[in-house]
Design a protein around this ligand. Structure first.
Ligand SMILES: [Zn+2]
Length: 69
């Protein structure tokens, strides 16, 4: 079974290093700033190409934001 990329819909290779998996968790804020700690991180059944995530971060595909509402 092919798992589609969250962003482009094309299949992702789960063993590829450029495949990213979505996770959920609880973020602990740090008073001094810096990296926040994620507690009880859990993987979600959502996958994406690293390139697609990068493009999304850069706002190249703003219409894709609808997927997350
Ligand atoms: Zn993709």
């Amino acid at each position: 079974m092919d798992i589609p990329c969250e962003f482009c819909g094309n299949p992702v290779n789960l063993k590829a290093r450029n495949t990213l998996q979505k996770v959920t968790g609880w973020e602990k804020k740090r008073s001094q700033g810096g990296a926040n700690q994620i507690i009880l991180r859990e993987p979600l059944p959502n996958f994406a190409h690293a390139l697609c995530v990068d493009e999304y971060k850069q706002g190249i595909h703003p219409d894709q934001a609808l997927l997350f509402n």
